[in-house]
Design a protein around this ligand. Structure first.
Ligand SMILES: [Zn+2]
Length: 216
C-alpha cells in the first residue's frame, strides 16, 4: 500500500526528516557508520545521532506502512459489533488529553445503519449526552454508516463511557422528536426518522453485555 496518496510519508513537523528521501530512516540514536560527522541519508544530513521523536511519530517512520488514521490500521474483519473501544488518544500542547471512542453499531461490511437512522441518532445523542456529561466534545457518524466516533475530554475509562452511552440511548428511547431536525438547525432537515433512530438505539442497548468485547 502506497503512502503517497496523502502526500509524503514523513510529513512530520520536523525539519530533519526529508520527505523526498527514499532511503532507510536510521533508528533513533543511530550515528553515521563512517565517522562522527553526522548521519547522511541522500541529501539530508542528520546530526551526530538522530533524535528520538514522539512515540507516535517514531512508530510511523519506523513502520511507514502505518496510516495516519488509527482506524485505517484496524482490520475491520476482526471485530465483532456492537462494541465500544478506544480508538485514539491525543495529548494537546498544554497537557490536556482528549480521547476518541469507536462506537460500532453494526458489523463492518455486513450491515449498516440507514441514512435517516444514523442522522437522527447523531442529533439525539449529541443533544442528550450533554445532559449526562460535560466531557462530550463530539459525536459524529462514520462515513461507512456502521457507527460513530465519540470524542471526550480527558481519559474516561471504557466502563464509564459505556454508562454514558447507555444513559444517553435510554434517553433516546424516551424522545418524542429529533432535536434540530429542521432546515434552520440542520443541513438536511428532511432527512430524519425518530423511529429508525430508536430502533438502532434499542438494538444496540439490547447487546449491552457485549459492548466491551471488540474482537470476534
Ligand atoms: Zn443534521
Amino acid at each position: 500500500m502506497s503512502m503517497a496518496m496523502c502526500g509524503p510519508s514523513y510529513s512530520l513537523a520536523h525539519d530533519r526528516i526529508n520527505p523526498k528521501s527514499q532511503g532507510v530512516i536510521p533508528p533513533a540514536g543511530a550515528t553515521h557508520p563512517g565517522g562522527d560527522d553526522g548521519y547522511y541519508e541522500g541529501d539530508m544530513k542528520w546530526p551526530r545521532a538522530r533524535p528520538a521523536l514522539a512515540p507516535q511519530q517514531e512508530s510511523k517512520i519506523m513502520n511507514p506502512s502505518r496510516m495516519n488514521v488509527e482506524s485505517f490500521n484496524l482490520d475491520h474483519r476482526s471485530v465483532a459489533a456492537p462494541y465500544v473501544r478506544i480508538a485514539d488518544r491525543k495529548e494537546l500542547p498544554l497537557g490536556d488529553v482528549i480521547t476518541k471512542y469507536d462506537v460500532r453499531f453494526t458489523q463492518p461490511n455486513v450491515a449498516h445503519l440507514e441514512m435517516k437512522a444514523i442522522h437522527s441518532l447523531e442529533h439525539l445523542f449529541a443533544e442528550c449526552s450533554r445532559n449526562h456529561s460535560q466531557q462530550v466534545i463530539d459525536f459524529s457518524p462514520m462515513g461507512c454508516q456502521t457507527g460513530y466516533y465519540l470524542i471526550l475530554q480527558g481519559e474516561p475509562n471504557v466502563p464509564a463511557v459505556l454508562d454514558l452511552i447507555e444513559a444517553t440511548l435510554t434517553d433516546v428511547l424516551q424522545a418524542t422528536e429529533v432535536p434540530a431536525a429542521n432546515e434552520i438547525q440542520c443541513g438536511w432537515g428532511e432527512n430524519h426518522s425518530l423511529s429508525a433512530a430508536q430502533d438502532a438505539a434499542r438494538a444496540f442497548l439490547a447487546k449491552r453485555a457485549e459492548w466491551e468485547q471488540v474482537s470476534a
